[in-house]
Design a binder for this molecule. Sequence first.
Ligand code: C2O
Ligand code: CU
Ligand code: CU
Length: 523
Amino acid sequence: MRRRWLQFAAAGAATSLAPASWPADPTPGVVALDLCASEGAFVQSLYIPGGEGAQARLALGSERLTMRAVAQSDALAFTATASGRRFTNPTLVVDEGSTIAVDVVNDLPEPTATHWHGLTVDTRNDGNGEAPIMPGERFGYGFTVRNRGGLYWYHPHPHGATASQVHRGLFGLLEVDDDDQRALRRALDLTPGATELSLVLQDRRAGDADRYAPAPEDELLGWYGCLPHVNGVLRPFHQVAPRRYRLRILNAANARTFRLAFRRDNGTPVPFALIGTDGGLLEAPVQCNEVLLSPAERIDLVIDFAPVGQGGFVIMESRAFAPMHDVRTASVRADAGDASHAHRPAHAIADGAPLDLLQFRVRGSRSPNPPLPKRLSRLPAMPASTGDDRPLRLSFAKGRWRINDRVYDMRAAPIEVARGGSETWLLRNYHTSAPHAMHLHGFQFRVVERETSPDQLAPLAIGSNGRVATDLGLKDTVLVWPGESVRIAIDFRTPFVGPQIYLLHCHNLEHEDAGMMLRVKVD
Ligand code: C2O
Ligand code: CU
Ligand code: CU
């Protein structure tokens, strides 16, 4: 149950995908916290996609691709066949300016919708869940790729069941290539699947507890597991050469934020260069010791294993942080007390707990290790605001997460934005709240500044406007801490004719499903 895509891979006749045998699932029911500790970790190797099977790269050509959403016991996945190869949750690879033509066939016993997270699409292709694909039906997505090179993803968006379907594995990566991406690969001599690795993070629970059935606490705070998986494998190891590697990382967890960092086995931190964010490459690399990665965010980084040397180890970890979940469940259930001390199931550990994620084993002798280019790309100019800030208050009242005091209703009047202009939005999170990973459909935005950030963000701040390294690029998802205000700038020029409906929501999927979502009309 823990290895969603790999399970499908094994069933899909591809032989090169999963190891022949896996350690047995931990005994269901007696899930102790020691399963969550890092002891005994790094026994399984990292799953690296091959030419077919789970997560394998599939270059989209001009022919339509059919992806079937299928269920196998508890696990869900997209399956596809192309050029005689069979794929499960393929990593779709497209060039900027090319066309995506994908038919999604819903072979699930429940409605679904496929959302292209981060991509500039019209409402028809947005898969926002307001017109779901019913069981047995098919929907043809077709649009031009208007985004810069970068790592995006596709995932289900049926309202109220997004969390459940994502947790059960129904999602995949989407790589957009452009000249800057090709130049970077040449400069660093990168090969996808070898020296360039895509890593999908998801936290799971052990055994039967991993069945998606959120308790009231989970529904309020988000679904947290205790077993961090990378590419579907629990705390794996991976052998690397003493050279630079590019890591493209998606946080596909329902609710957990990772405070990503790297350390040697003696505990010394290993710095890295942040080279990209949600919407593609930064203009120049930024040296970092750690970054926060909230649900749905992506980062692109380069880490150099050469200084570690032959025989050394580097652990990718999530460092401890204060989760700042400060919500009184009293308003949900009179007897529950304070949710920040809620009785969590033993198989869930709180947001902010330290986790070891992946171990790199540095082996082999030194070989050429080209340096990181000083310039990576050019970003579009920061949109200049043409009016007052639009305030968007993130709050909790009467047992519900809210945006501007409202809970999502697909029949409600949307907020209205004039096409062609730019706006600055002020995302203001109340003190008595939780961190919210705010995501806007259809547009990449820029982070202008952060104000009244919690103290724990101070070490991450770059420059005087409170921004952190991951705020420097194009973004579609931004984490807003309790008490914090984040100002974002959005360019609402759009190529699409007629009014378009998009969504602004929290990407903590339990918050989203519970209605922390707002309709946005661009016309
Ligand atoms: Cu990644 Cu509306 O979602
Ligand atoms: Cu989205
Ligand atoms: Cu939230």
